[in-house]
Design a protein around this ligand. Structure first.
Ligand code: GLU
Length: 510
């Protein structure tokens, strides 16, 4: 039977969402759209100690900015499974923890923090893994070791407790991961995780399984850090009698530091100067501000594209994918098992490609703001043409003004290295002739300017190779830029003549 695809992104609001988290959301989104299914957002806030104000809003804003739009859930409108915030679902979980307790798959534990620490110390001293498991639990204070009436007395007296899963001592738990294939873990390596606390709140493990079941989740696509928890979840499905409808699992590879040695962290971003968060984030506790892709000038479409490629590839050489193309091309079997190294140059490259494909008039809106901010007055048409000429030269839209400034402001300084290398006794003569020729022509465009330039060169027996860069510096002050004759054509005949003349008298000749 083919099941309707339903996937979820289930972040905990414990801080800003790392781009690894955005990638997880993206893969879920692409998978859902590819299969005509549903993608939902669930907020996993059962650990109130780790709750960070503003984090939930940040996560939703970040997803929307990148263009990851959910069908139901927090931030995107309630669907049939509301509420989608686990703290608001608190009354739901008691029934399932009771079911596990009654069936003997879970037990009450009353150990204090000090008693747990003492147990860990004891085990560490004898070089044993410090786990609360089938062996150690028999020496602890729980409903497996205490007399029944004492357990009842403690519960009636309102003593704090937790409910732990009762794992078998030694049993293989085998499940199929859509990316990694068969995974086999023995319960001897696992511990009796806490499922529920006496304040009535479930822990992540129980809430996650119950909600995935109730929300009809067909595939759990999440980060590799959850792989060790998957066998526990498999057992919970089994113990709750839901194995038949257990979702398929897909654990995504880690995002690695550019050097490949470990998980990409906030510190790598600070160290190497690139953002690891989608949006700027101000930590409410420390006031620390972390840079974001949005504020750094990345286009959301570029971020979607570059994130898609961190751990997935289409199996072809195509790298630029629209959202629709990604939906079409995305499959879990092309997600890699090994970690994906973050490459900041590649990230920039993606943005550059999207800037190049942004229509000139859209770029012009941004450049116009800078032009106005400098109290300059140019037509929209002129600003748009400037954008068309220089967009190949930038990686970020905010670089437009810096690169294009000479289209709006006369240069008064000239690249000294070029002058030192290229200026010679013939240079003034070429410039004078060029000014003369341009003036004598009624019309002015790129082709005519080039023709005049070639004529001025040949008259003075100067080669293009020796003079072209000098001509550029005379017109713009700087050594690099767009095709030079088109640049002059856009500046116009009068400005071109004026700039050549100014350069002639103001360049500090070597
Ligand atoms: N709440 C978990 C997190 O913050 C979600 C893990 C999962 O998707 O099962 O990453």
């Amino acid at each position: 039977m083919d099941r309707r695809v339903r996937v979820r992104f289930a972040p905990s609001p414990t801080g800003a969402l790392h781009i690894g988290g955005v990638r997880t959301a993206l893969y879920n989104y692409l998978f859902a759209k590819k299969h005509g299914g549903d993608f939902l957002i669930r907020i996993e806030d059962t650990d109130q100690n780790r709750y960070v104000p503003g984090a939930e809003e940040y996560i939703i804003e970040a997803l929307k900015w990148v263009g990851i739009i959910a069908d139901e859930g927090i931030g995107f409108g309630d669907g049939p499974h509301a509420p989608y915030r686990q703290s608001e679902r608190k009354p739901i979980y008691l029934q399932y923890v009771t079911q596990l307790l009654d069936a003997g798959f879970a037990y009450y534990a009353f150990d204090t923090a000090e008693e747990l620490d003492a147990m860990r110390e004891r085990l560490k001293a004898s070089n044993v893994d410090s786990k609360y498991d089938a062996i150690t639990r028999m020496a602890m204070k729980n409903s497996l070791t205490l007399p029944e009436d004492e357990v009842k007395r403690r519960l009636d007296a309102g003593e704090p407790y937790v409910v732990r899963i009762k794992l078998p001592k030694k049993e293989d738990v085998k499940f199929h991961d859509e990316i990694r294939g068969w995974v086999n873990i023995n319960t001897a390596q696992m511990d009796d995780k806490v499922l529920f606390k006496s304040d009535g709140m479930p822990t992540y493990h129980l809430a996650n399984v119950v909600d995935d079941y109730l929300m009809n989740i067909s595939h759990v696509i999440r980060g590799e850090e959850w792989l060790p928890s998957a066998p526990l979840h498999v057992l919970l499905y089994r113990y709750l009698g839901w194995e038949e409808v257990m979702p398929k699992f897909a654990h995504l590879p880690l995002l690695l530091k550019p050097e490949g040695n470990g998980k990409l962290s906030k510190r790598d971003g600070d160290r190497l100067g690139f953002p690891v968060f989608p949006l700027e984030w101000k930590d409410p506790a420390t006031g620390e501000v972390c840079s974001g892709y949005r504020e750094s000038g990345y286009l959301p479409e570029a971020v979607m594209n570059l994130l898609a490629f961190l751990g997935w590839n289409p199996g072809t050489t195509q790298e630029i994918f629209s959202r629709e193309e990604l939906v079409q091309a995305f499959t879990l079997d092309r997600v890699s098992k090994s970690g994906a190294k973050f490459d900041q140059n590649k990230a920039k490259w993606f943005n550059q490609q999207y800037v190049r494909h942004t229509p000139d008039n859209v770029l012009a809106e941004s450049l116009k703001k800078d032009v106005l901010a400098h109290n300059l007055n140019f037509s929209d048409e002129y600003i748009t043409k400037v954008c068309g000429l220089i967009k190949e030269k930038i990686s970020f839209i905010k670089e437009l003004w810096e690169i294009a400034v000479y289209f709006f402001v006369e240069p008064t300084t000239y690249d000294e290295a070029v002058i030192a290398k290229r200026w010679n006794d013939k240079s003034s003569l070429v410039l004078e002739d060029l000014i003369q020729l341009v003036r004598s022509n009624e019309a002015f465009d790129a082709t005519l300017f080039e023709a005049s330039y070639i004529e001025a060169l040949s008259k003075n027996e100067v080669s293009n190779k020796d003079f072209l860069q000098l001509l550029r510096v005379c017109l713009s002050g700087v050594a690099g830029g767009p095709p030079i004759f088109e640049m002059a054509a856009l500046l116009g005949k009068e400005v071109t003549i004026a700039r050549l003349q100014y350069a002639l008298s103001n360049i500090n000749k070597p």
